[in-house]
Ligand binder design. Sequence first.
Ligand code: 9D3
Length: 282
Amino acid sequence: MRIDVLTIFPDLFTGFLSTSIPAIAIEQGRISCHTHDIRAYAANKHRKVDDRPFGGGPGMVMMCQPIFDAVKAAESQDPAAGGGSVVRVLLTPQGERLTQPRVEWLAQQPRLTLLCGHYEGIDERVIEELRPLEISIGDYVLSGGELGAMVLIDAVARLQPGVLGHEDSAAEDSFSVRSADGAPLLDCPHYTRPREWNGREVPDILLSGDHAAVDRWRDAQRIERTRERRPDLLLNSPLAEPQPLPAANTNKPAAQVARATRSTASSSDDAPLHGQTAPEGA
Ligand code: 9D3
């Protein structure tokens, strides 16, 4: 897979691309990653890539011309790389959420062009012209698309065949392990030596040598942790706690039913499985 990244901060990618899984994927020749400085394509002599918004308001807007020319230049390099097929992705808070099924689809493409926005946003006309997929990595505010692009690159790199030493690791971690009915499950807890640390012991079952019993214990842990921490993943699964009737059979809107279900499943009288929780707000 060939990946081209368009950014006004190409330096952000150097450490990332020379470390850990992305570096291994590149060294093995499973992916190649090319960064392009959008500023190098600015046609004006001041190398200006942004301007004030029409209609007024705060901040600056990225101009069409440097972005369009950078995309065309990047995609005309090594034209054989994608066999003529290039998937364009704009990282933007207005995008659809990056999920593991979307990562799996992106990982199978021969060529990606990742466009990182900055400032208040990008002139809408160049988005209409390029028609990229629009992807967000979550509901929080970043200062630009670069971290989103790195998240996407890391997620697709580790799925390339041969990149992870232990081939089962990708198939068995969070969101790849599924219950019998197909609900994605969180991972079970892991332990290594020593058997006792700081007065804390490793669960006896893991030392029993009974592999079938270990497998059953791990499955039970996955289900319990998913119920406790991510009941939303089990909403349509028989593994979920008893739920309110579907929205169609009540006079409540679906969002309200989902909210009630989630708050029931993680009620505060249950002991928390882990010590601290980040507040989600009102
Ligand atoms: C505070 C500015 N916002 C006004 C309502 C708009 C805004 C513009 C540009 C907010 C963030 C950004 C920069 N973010 C990204 O480019 C971005 C992003 C993100 O902020 N959150 C989650 N995923 C992504 S992917 C790209």
